[in-house]
Write a protein that binds this ligand. Structure first.
Ligand code: ATP
Length: 862
């Protein structure tokens, strides 16, 4: 495919010839063959980790390495058995860690796939939508405002096309594209007849012939320099890492002290003392916190994806838990976006839709203009296009006004497309005698551009008011003659008003409940819409967003306000109407400055900055543009407000589950440390062997910690206020409960230790201490389910993963204690039935005490 000339220098004919393609695109066969030849249209990810590498990385912990070295030294000195056991335990832990990491990565990959962009390509002469990765050289791809450009290519068609290419050139302003060859060597930014993968269409329409895909694109050339898309750590992970580091230093000091006491005061064997000190450090340092967070978050995203919310950034899951303001579009998100025309206003009269009549010379121009000025099509195959417009076209069809016949009788010559900033659009049609411009748009916008008497204007406004107060969406229609088809924005003036059409867009049935749920959860729902204030207010009232004491305002109201004034004003407002994308940014910022965490929806090209500004940008998956999706943290596959609320609920539950896992890990570790410190201070023998601590921490503890991360979600989280923005997990209350619960478990372990010591000496004492610590921690998993007691409630049984983790833990512990050949390996002494009974009793007892404490502090039932 190497031509002598560069792609931007070739003629159209040369391009089609060289790329073996045509105006009607490739055939399905050709495309399939080329996909095989060139591979998928994807950037190869550099530095993607293999499973083997992930496995090895599990060992790349400083302490684990020290431990292996220490174990190796002790093996050289003769204690081969415990070395083998330590290595086996560490390896099993590494396998567990690898499985979790691979699963979490796979689930994040599948999410990425779900939100991957699609492309509209011509295949066999038909425009079809395919995944961007299936695009091949020679494909003809259609572009419109909001699309992501999926490959490099040369433009075949270009209608006011503008592309943002900052990812490639750093140039922040969109580049205006054009057709025609460009001679000579020009830099990328000047190849205006080409489009490039990684850029976005910000305006206009176009079509291009794909010249390069995947690594053969300009993006591919620089992608080699880019890092792979590794997830950034979430704020929670960062704060846990910081906490972990501080805690580690404390633990290392304790371990060093214990080592010193053993060697210098108790004259113990240096190697043994060292192995023990390192094992204690490995056991007590919560190095798994941050990875537990990744695992639980990524599982949470799977559930959310099944419930129509695709998370694009892991931080969003965490953030969702503390969202306190949700700003939502109206049309399509809170409402169904299924429009039906209810009434017309023309010739000074309101006419119900059922009574509309095309034969009436007063109504005919209005009805005809509605059809001509709409891009939507309605035929036997269904409806294509914007619902507002399909409603208008359907109106004609319903009354025997043939769409095709009308369109061919008054063919469209040019147009000024709809734009939500202008809130109107115009089309120019050929009449026998000249050119007619048809314009439709928001009533207030259009009235200012019509030639109209004050009296008539008052009447129109009254009709508009009457429609709007019923929650109807009203559009005005106007026309004028023009002399040249080259119309500009300035021509949308001096119009003759034809009338109004009012449409019904009923609220989604689930919106009302979702709004109520939001309010109960301490979250403020706010409607932000391009629609008319009265219409928006009527709908907002119906679904419960506009409540006593709050108001509906027009976006223009905030134009005059300073940022400080706006900050004081936003709490009073529940509905913003006639809003522009700039207003959205200011509203988000004002709430954020008040300390709120804001979720904001958006779909258009111009919404991207507001979506980025919001803490959680929410893009519409169905009606949204690729630009909006790219800027968002979450994409709704059903464009539904109720889905955002459900995602918040999931976010809160995921956060609660992370908290449970962390509580479980930290309090268990605290128990081990307290016991060891106790024995050390009282100059008792060491309560655990190194393998005991490793066994518990690396094996029997990991499964319950993950299981707690998968606790079933509850509705109860939606009865609490949002978590304050700045509040971390590690609050004083949280750490207090960690220490208290750790102390209770330690008390049980110490009791077992003493009983063992007095009955059979150090070996039995340490066996009983180990078994009690292990079993208590398994029971403790159930404590961590809730701040309230769960024993004797259904809650106790509702997490099958936790029940499974408990069972696996008990079996492993049972095997170590009761299978005689394992006894020397794990340094356990044989136990009598009575001693087993004591261990079970003490462990269960520790759970009873913690449950009782919870009952005293937080009420009786879960
Ligand atoms: P939301 O912002 O809640 O999605 P919306 O659909 O009303 O509501 P926009 O799409 O920005 O928001 O539309 C703004 C206004 O422009 C509408 O209220 C309507 O008056 C007018 N309008 C919408 N669609 C068209 C159209 N296809 N042609 C002409 N005017 C339109």
């Amino acid at each position: 495919m190497e031509g002598k000339k560069e792609f931007w220098q070739r003629s159209r004919v040369e391009l089609f010839r060289d790329l073996e393609s045509s105006e009607s695109g490739l055939t399905a066969d050709q495309a399939a063959r080329r996909l095989e030849q060139y591979g998928p249209n994807e950037l190869r990810e550099e530095g993607r980790k293999s499973v083997a590498r992930i496995f090895l990385e599990q060992y790349a912990d400083f302490l684990v390495i020290i431990l292996i070295l220490a174990a190796a030294v002790s093996a050289v000195l003769g204690d081969v058995e415990s070395t083998i056991v330590i290595l086996v335990v560490i390896t099993m832990n590494a396998i567990l860690g690898t499985v979790q990491t691979v699963k979490a990565t796979a689930s994040l990959d599948s999410l990425r796939q779900m939100s991957a962009p699609t492309a509209k390509v011509l295949r066999d002469g038909h425009l079809i939508q395919i995944p961007g990765r299936d695009v091949v050289p020679g494909d003809v791809v259609a572009l419109e405002a909001g699309d992501a450009v999926c490959a490099d290519g040369r433009l075949l068609e270009c209608a006011s096309l503008k592309c943002a290419e900052s990812a490639l050139t750093g140039e922040s302003l969109p580049v205006e594209k054009e057709l025609g060859e460009i001679a000579g060597e020009v830099p990328l930014g000047d190849r205006k007849n080409m489009v490039f993968s990684g850029s976005f269409v910000t305006y206009g329409r176009g079509q291009f012939l794909v010249t390069g895909t995947g690594m053969q694109t300009e993006m591919g050339k620089i992608a080699a320099l880019l890092k792979s898309t590794e997830e950034k750590k979430t704020p929670l992970q960062v704060s846990l890492d910081q906490f972990g580091r501080k805690l580690s230093i404390g633990i290392l000091i304790i371990c060093a002290a214990i080592f010193a006491v053993s060697v210098f005061l108790r004259k113990e064997d240096v190697v043994n003392a060292f192995v023990f000190a390192v094992a204690l450090a490995v056991a007590a340092i919560p190095e798994a916190l941050s990875s537990i967070v990744t695992i639980v978050l990524s599982f949470g995203t799977q559930k959310m994806a099944r419930e129509n919310a695709i998370i694009r950034k892991l931080q969003a899951v965490e953030g969702l838990g503390s969202v306190s303001v949700i700003c939502s579009d109206k049309t399509g998100t809170l409402t169904q976006n299924k429009m039906t025309v209810k009434a017309l206003y023309t010739g000074g009269k309101i006419i119900r839709a059922e009574e509309a009549d095309f034969r009436d010379p007063v109504q005919e121009p209005l009805l005809r203009t509605a059809l001509l000025c709409s891009d939507a099509t309605v035929d036997e195959h269904g409806e294509v296009g914007d619902p507002t417009e399909t409603a208008l076209v359907r109106l004609g069809e319903d009354y025997g006004f043939d769409e095709l016949a009308t369109r061919s009788k008054w063919p469209r010559i040019t147009e000024i497309p709809f734009d939500s900033d202008r809130k109107m659009m115009s089309t120019v049609h050929q009449l026998s005698g000249g050119l007619l411009m048809a314009t439709k748009g928001a009533v207030d916008v259009l009235l200012d551009r019509c030639v109209i008497s004050d009296e008539e204007r008052a009447q129109v406004e009254a009709a508009n008011e009457r429609f709007s107060s019923q929650g109807l969406r009203v559009l005005a229609f106007a026309c004028r003659t023009v002399t040249s088809p080259a119309v500009s924005l300035a021509d949308e003036n001096g119009l003759t008003l034809l009338g109004l059409i009012a449409m019904m867009d009923p609220p989604r049935p689930e919106s009302k409940k979702a709004v109520a749920e939001c309010i109960a959860a301490g979250i403020r729902p706010i409607m932000i819409t391009g629609d008319h204030k009265v219409t928006a207010a009527a709908i907002a009232k119906e679904i419960g967003i506009l409540t006593e004491g709050t108001e509906a305002v027009e976006g223009a109201v905030i134009d005059k306000m300073s940022d400080e004034e706006l900050q004081a004003f936003v709490p009073k407002v529940s509905v913003y109407a006639r809003v522009s994308p700039e207003h959205k940014i200011r509203i988000v910022r004002a709430w954020q400055e008040r300390g709120s965490l804001v979720a904001m929806t958006g779909d258009g090209v111009n919404d991207a900055p507001a979506l980025k500004q919001a803490d959680i940008g929410v893009a519409m998956g169905v009606t949204g543009t690729e630009v909006a999706k790219d800027a968002a943290g979450m994409v709704l596959t059903d464009d539904n407000f109720a889905t955002i609320v459900q995602a918040v609920k999931n976010g809160r539950n995921v956060y609660a589950n992370i908290k449970r896992s962390i509580q479980f890990l930290l309090s268990g570790n605290a128990a081990a440390i307290i016991t060891v410190l106790y024995a050390s201070l009282l100059a008792l023998p060491v309560p655990f062997a190194a393998v005991h601590l490793l066994f518990i921490n690396l094996l029997t503890d990991s499964l319950p910690a993950i299981a707690l991360g998968l606790e079933p979600h509850t509705d109860a989280v939606m009865r609490e206020k949002p978590r304050p923005r700045e509040e971390g997990i590690l609050t004083r209350d949280f750490l207090t409960s960690v220490v208290v619960e750790g102390a209770v478990i330690a008390a049980a372990v110490i009791t077992a230790f003493h009983l063992g010591l007095s009955a059979g000496g150090a070996a039995l004492g340490s066996t009983m201490a180990f078994a009690t610590l292990c079993l208590s921690r398994l029971f403790h998993g159930f404590d961590c389910k809730s701040a309230r007691p769960v024993l004797l409630t259904r809650r106790f049984w509702d997490n099958r993963f936790l029940l499974g983790a408990f069972a696996v833990g008990v079996v492993l512990l049972g095997a170590v204690l009761l299978i005689p050949p394992l006894e020397p390996l794990f340094q356990v002494a044989a136990l009598s039935a009575g001693q087993v009974g004591i261990i079970v009793g003490l462990s269960f007892g520790s759970m009873l005490v913690i449950q009782l404490l919870k009952a005293l502090l937080h009420g009786k039932r879960a």
